[in-house]
Design a protein around this ligand. Structure first.
Ligand SMILES: Nc1ncnc2c1ncn2[C@@H]1O[C@H](COP(=O)(O)OP(=O)(O)OP(=O)(O)O)[C@@H](O)[C@H]1O
Ligand SMILES: [Mg+2]
Length: 359
């Protein structure tokens, strides 16, 4: 177990900057999840922590030790990839112990570790099988087992569940959560799956174009996104955005004015008349017949019924579409005009730079 400290990390390929001044401090035993659009640098960051890619600048410390010049095997990390990368000609037991042979771990200790990992991951019955005779979920558990037996200071996971079907993803996700509870290990985990990120993470790191946009606890990112990017990235379906401006200021209150919603007031703080704003409201916070400062009207174009909830796609007066979650069995019909309201903690306002303004 160990902490992890990343300082001013940069990665360039020729003229392309892939990571730009990344700073991140991860506590001993913390489970940190990296999210962000495809190509934003998540795998690159993981591979640099592992020592598979070199840095163009900056430092990486594992357990308070500078590891920049250490080879992957000397860093005390274990990485689990999306492709399980098992050896096809070795059975499960061999796959799990193979890497240990070269690290000087004696055979009896190897066996003890395999037995322990197999018990944790429910692989005991499968130890003599070959990868071709395993399901996708079982193969992924072997890949995780192979990481566990190395007893690394830090686990690195790069989209480990994305090849699994929906049901297996859920059960393996629960296994990973349990594993973290038992091992209390430091984990850096990359995923595209919002539910995985929200449920597994102690903290989520939102990345965009090689930079960190925000680091925080899952619910803090959800309720208080620091900027437009994080607001639009966390949550599904995504937050609705409405163009707005400061229509007037009176008695310390700014009037937030726009064409597609009813004007409302908020603390003026440093806002000035004419400042461009963006108002954001999540689909699940828009309520028919609710009370609150935000009110918008739309004509229903389409309703998606998921069972526990439905999503109504509504055309606003400015011609754009916004989404509202509708609970219960009675869903609005296409063509119907619906009025939706959001309460004040659920109304987010961002300034011209995309930064959150206190409402
Ligand atoms: N050898 C290379 N030369 C130039 N650019 C590269 C090289 N390797 C990676 N990149 C670029 O670095 C960026 C980050 O890639 P990376 O694999 O880290 O993204 P990612 O966030 O993991 O994306 P995904 O979610 O699709 O896995 C991409 O734009 C990619 O094209
Ligand atoms: Mg990747």
């Amino acid at each position: 177990m160990a902490n992890l400290r990343i300082e001013h990390l940069n990665k360039r390929y020729g003229a392309t900057t892939v990571l730009n001044d990344v700073n991140l401090s991860i506590g001993d035993g913390e489970f940190v999840v990296l999210v962000g659009p495809s190509g934003c640098g998540k795998s690159t960051l993981l591979r640099m922590i592992a020592g598979l890619d070199g840095a163009s600048g900056g430092d990486i410390h594992i357990a308070d030790k500078l590891v920049n010049t250490l080879a992957p095997a000397e860093r005390g990390i274990a990485m689990v990839f999306q492709s399980y990368a098992l050896y096809p000609h070795m059975n499960v037991r061999k796959n799990m112990t193979f890497g240990l042979k070269f690290t000087g771990v004696p055979p009896t200790e190897r066996e003890r570790r395999v037995a322990k990992a197999a018990r944790m991951l429910r692989l005991e019955e499968l130890l003599e099988r070959y990868p071709r005779d395993l399901s996708g979920g079982q193969r992924q558990r072997v890949a995780i087992g192979r990481a566990i037996v190395r007893e690394p200071a830090v686990f690195l996971f790069d989209e480990p569940l994305s090849n699994l079907d929906a049901a297996l993803r859920v059960s393996t996700r629960v296994e990973i959560a349990n594993l973290h509870r038992l091992l209390k290990s430091t984990i850096v985990y990359v995923t595209h799956d919002q539910v995985e990120a929200m449920t597994l993470a102690d903290r989520i790191v939102v990345m965009n174009k090689g930079c960190i946009e925000q680091v925080g606890k899952p619910l803090d990112l959800y309720y208080e996104p620091a900027n437009l990017f994080v607001a639009g990235f966390i949550g599904s379906p995504a937050m609705n955005f409405f163009e707005a401006e400061v229509g007037g200021i009176e008695g310390g209150r700014a009037r937030v004015a726009g064409t597609a919603f009813r004007n409302f007031d908020m603390p003026a703080a440093s806002l000035k008349v004419g400042d461009a704003l963006t108002v954001g409201v999540r689909p699940e916070h828009l309520v028919r017949g609710g009370a609150g400062p935000f009110l918008a009207e739309g004509i229903v174009e389409l309703v998606e019924r998921l069972g526990e909830a439905s999503f109504a796609y509504l055309r606003r007066v400015d011609g754009r579409i916004f989404v509202a979650e509708v609970r219960g069995r009675q869903t609005p019909a296409p063509g119907e005009t619906v009025t939706l309201v959001a309460a004040s903690p659920d109304v987010h306002v961002f300034d011209a730079l995309g930064l959150r303004v206190a409402t």
